[in-house]
Design a protein around this ligand. Structure first.
Ligand code: DX5
Ligand code: ZN
Length: 229
């Protein structure tokens, strides 16, 4: 029987920004296949991180799947630039603009995978009309804006709901979880039905990142077995 896996996507947000290229190399060496790129504009969330230029500059140095999480207002003005910079997934927030369908379709037209994210106060019902369109649903399990926060466990119910909906409706989206994912919470994330989990501080706080990833995967395996997924 082949092993089920959850993809752990380290977030560059918790890396040392004075040496991003080295941080990307650490992510690659850990065995991760996805790099989560947290883009913040100081308006949608309080902090400002980086734009497409940084993505463009690191793209030639990595074969990782680039997973951009746009925590920005008016994402319609930025999605082209992030795709041109080399992002494979571009995820926008339900709360960030009015014409979600248009922006998601634009991402697809440009050849990237499109994702929709919801903050803890947004119910799954707010994105139900988009579920047949998206490649990824990113469930925030903290209020976005900072790394290192504690997971809001009640948000995991939304993953259960999204997993049930994709089975009943035969939707193809992946479910990703973002916020407070670590060695203590990964099993609950897997049991809820997620395919992907973002890990920022839990990953970059570890000195031995390879061992961290192995431990996360072992815990995930246990959870797959005991939850019957
Ligand atoms: C928070 C970001 C997350 C962040 C997660 O707004 O969207 O991707 O990097 O950080 P941790 O894993 O530390 O909660
Ligand atoms: Zn994120």
């Amino acid at each position: 029987m082949s092993e089920k896996r959850i993809q752990i996507a380290p977030s560059i947000l918790s890396a040392d920004f004075s040496n991003v290229r080295a941080a990307v190399a650490e992510v690659e060496a850990s065995g991760a296949q996805i790099l989560h790129l947290d883009v913040m504009d100081g308006v949608f969330v309080p902090e400002i991180t980086f734009g497409p230029k940084l993505v463009m500059d690191i793209r030639p140095h990595s074969d990782l799947v680039f997973d951009a999480h746009l925590m920005i207002t008016s994402p319609e003005s930025q999605v082209d630039a992030f795709i041109d910079a080399g992002c494979d997934y571009v995820t926008i927030h339900q709360e960030s603009c009015i014409h979600l369908n248009r922006v998601l379709n634009r991402i697809k037209e440009k050849g990237a995978k499109c994702g929709i994210s919801i903050v803890p106060s947004t119910p799954v019902s707010a994105i139900t009309p988009l579920l047949d369109l998206v490649d990824l649903v990113l469930v925030m399990t903290v209020n976005p804006g900072y790394g290192g926060q504690r997971m809001i466990q009640s948000c995991l119910d939304k993953i259960v709901e999204l997993d049930a909906m994709r089975r009943s409706e035969d939707y193809g989206y992946l479910i990703s979880v973002d916020g407070g994912v670590n060695l203590d919470t990964i099993q609950d994330v897997v049991a809820a039905g997620a395919d992907m989990a973002v890990a920022g501080s839990a990953f970059f706080n570890e000195v031995d990142k390879l061992t961290f990833m192995e431990r996360m995967n072992t815990l995930a395996q246990e959870s797959f077995r005991s939850s019957g997924r």
